[in-house]
Write a protein that binds this ligand. Structure first.
Ligand SMILES: [Zn+2]
Length: 220
């Protein structure tokens, strides 16, 4: 069975790390919208010209543009997925719902990584990223001092980890993503995962809970 899961959560809640691990555990594709948009920029052309100024301002793409990009990605990835960074608004969630509905499918789960704001702020202070494989985590999660635990590359601070940048993204999250979470909750597909714990423990619990949720009454 091809599981189709969206991952929701505030900035710095660990969506990238948890999303990759969950996708690997479920044998489905992982999509981080940040990486996808960077790839589109590198490809150049009219689409790149349209999105470049928006990303340069640190903003999110308008719903119509983002949904168009996603329609293309979804059509090319039919073995199941974990989406990180989409949907980010109620309209985007509506688009995904129709896209799946048109194919007689439905979302298996919307997973919320729940982390209280003071903990997120503390994480911003601690956060490091590997430029080679895009791993990100706490400074303490590195090995041999400054080495990435996944590929052994050098992992350091991210340029965008200033507190003000976080607060602006957190505001966007509250305005647009929190109402989206409410929609999924009302639809009965929300899986709330307490994610303040260590990365490994959250990953194990998350995988177990998604498997439990999706095995009810379905043959896997
Ligand atoms: Zn790495």
């Amino acid at each position: 069975m091809a599981l189709q899961v969206v991952l929701l959560g505030p900035p710095a809640s660990g969506k990238g790390t948890q999303g990759r691990r969950l996708a690997e555990a479920l044998s489905v594709d992982y999509l981080g919208t940040g990486a996808l948009l960077r790839e589109l920029l590198e490809n150049g052309g009219a689409q790149a010209d349209e999105i470049r100024p928006i990303l340069a301002r640190g903003g999110y793409l308008p719903d119509g543009l983002m949904c168009g990009i996603m329609a293309e990605w979804l059509a090319g990835h039919r073995r199941g997925w974990v989406l990180d960074g989409f949907p980010r608004s109620v309209d985007q969630a509506g688009f995904l719902d129709s896209w799946l509905g048109d194919r007689g499918e439905a979302l298996d789960a919307a997973v919320l990584l729940d982390v209280p704001k003071p903990e997120l702020v503390a994480r911003i202070d601690q956060r490091v990223e590997c430029p080679s494989c895009r791993w990100s985590g706490r400074a303490d999660d590195r090995r041999d001092g400054a080495r990435c635990p996944d590929c052994g590359g050098r992992a350091g601070r991210r340029a965008d980890d200033r507190l003000e940048n976080f607060l602006s993204r957190y505001g966007e999250y509250q305005r647009h993503t929190v109402p989206t979470i409410d929609v999924y909750s009302a639809a009965g597909v929300l899986l709330r995962c307490e994610a303040s714990d260590r990365m490994d423990r959250v990953a194990e619990r998350l995988e177990r809970e998604v498997r439990n949720l999706t095995s009810h009454g379905q043959a896997t």
